[in-house]
Design a protein around this ligand. Structure first.
Ligand code: BT5
Length: 271
C-alpha cells in the first residue's frame, strides 16, 4: 500500500487488485499513453487498466488530459451496462456521480461530467462505447487529480485532492471509485431516474448562468434550468430570462433549449 507520507510511491498490482475486489481484474502499467486506448483495444467486462504515469491521456473531442508521474489516479474500467440504448447518454453522468460519492460531500458535478471541488476541476471522465460480437461494452475512463501541487496543474481552473485537503491514497481511491461505479451500474438498471435525481442533487450547473460552447462552434448563453431524463442540459436563453436576477421558478421552460453535447462555462453563480 502507499504510505500516507508519500502519496506518489509507486502503485502495486496486488494492492490495487485487493482494493478493487473480485468483480474487477486490474492491469497496472507503470507508464502508458492512454488507459482508455488500452482498455478499448482489449475490452472485456471487468477489466480495469491503471497507469501510474499516463503520458497522453485523452479528453473529449481530441483534447488532452495532463497528469504528472505518480500524482494522479488515471484508469479505465470496462463495464457491460446492459442498458437500453436510450440510457447510454446517462452513463457519463452516473460516472460523475459515482466519483463525487467516492470523493466526498465537497465534490459537485458540472454538466456533463466534470467533478469539481470549490468550482475547480478535480476529475475528468471519458466514456467510450466498444462494439463486440456479444453486444456493446462501455470503457469508463477516469482521471482524478490526487497529489498535484498548484504549479503541476495544467490551468488555474484545476485542483487536486491534496490542495483540497482530502485523502491522497490512490489505491484506496481506486477501490472507493470502483465500489461507487458498481453501485451506479446497479442503480442504472434498477432506477435510472433515481440516478438522474442523484446527479441533479449534486449539480453545480443547474440554476447557474452559463455559456455553452456547442459542437458546431456556436455559443448559447442563458441559465441552466435542469438536466432532463436523457441527461441533456436544459438552458433558458438569456434573451428569454426576464431579468438577470430572476429566480428559476420565474423562468418559462417552454423557451428552453435542450443541449445534448457541449462545453459549459459557469458565468457566475445565481445570487
Ligand atoms: C475530460 O475531457 O475531462 C476527460 C478526461 C478523461 C481522462 C481519463 S484519464 C484515464 C482515461 N484514459 C484516457 O486517455 N482518458 C481518460 P474534457 O472535458 O475534454 O476536458 C479536457 C480539458 O481538461 C483539457 O482541454 C484541459 O483544459 C483540462 N485538463 C487537462 N488535464 C487536466 C487535469 N489534470 N485537471 C484538470 N483539468 C485538466
Amino acid at each position: 500500500m502507499e504510505s500516507a507520507a508519500d502519496p506518489r510511491s509507486p502503485l502495486e498490482q496486488s494492492s490495487l487488485q485487493a482494493a478493487a475486489g473480485p468483480d474487477w481484474q486490474v492491469s497496472l502499467h507503470a507508464r502508458a499513453e492512454s488507459t482508455n486506448a488500452l482498455a478499448v483495444a482489449s475490452a472485456r467486462k471487468g477489466l480495469v487498466v491503471v497507469a501510474d504515469h499516463q503520458t497522453a491521456g485523452r479528453g473529449r473531442l481530441d483534447r488532452v488530459w495532463e497528469t504528472p508521474a505518480g500524482a494522479a489516479l488515471t484508469f479505465s474500467a470496462v463495464i457491460d451496462p446492459q442498458l437500453e440504448f436510450q440510457w447510454w447518454p446517462v452513463l457519463p453522468l452516473m460516472t460523475g456521480l459515482a466519483v463525487a460519492r467516492a470523493v466526498g460531500p465537497q465534490a459537485a458535478l458540472k454538466w456533463p461530467n466534470d467533478v469539481l471541488i470549490a468550482d475547480h476541476k478535480i476529475c475528468g471522465i471519458l466514456v467510450e462505447r466498444v462494439e463486440t460480437g456479444a453486444g456493446a461494452l462501455a470503457v469508463i475512463g477516469i482521471g482524478l487529480n490526487v497529489s498535484q501541487r498548484r504549479e503541476e496543474l495544467p490551468h488555474e481552473g484545476a485542483t487536486s485532492l491534496a490542495i483540497a485537503g482530502l485523502a491522497t491514497d490512490r489505491t484506496a481511491l481506486l477501490g472507493a471509485v470502483l465500489g461507487q461505479l458498481r453501485w451506479g451500474m446497479g442503480q442504472m438498471l434498477a432506477d435510472p431516474h433515481g440516478v438522474l435525481a442523484g446527479y441533479r442533487g449534486r449539480s453545480c450547473t443547474i440554476d447557474r448562468d452559463v455559456r455553452v460552447e456547442l459542437p458546431g462552434g456556436s455559443t448559447l448563453e442563458g441559465r441552466a434550468f435542469d438536466v432532463d431524463d436523457h441527461g441533456r442540459l436544459v438552458v433558458v436563453p438569456a434573451s428569454s430570462v426576464p431579468a438577470v436576477q430572476a429566480q428559476p421558478a420565474a423562468m418559462d421552460p417552454r423557451t428552453a433549449v435542450v443541449v445534448s453535447a457541449g462545453d459549459v462555462v459557469h458565468v457566475r453563480p445565481l445570487q
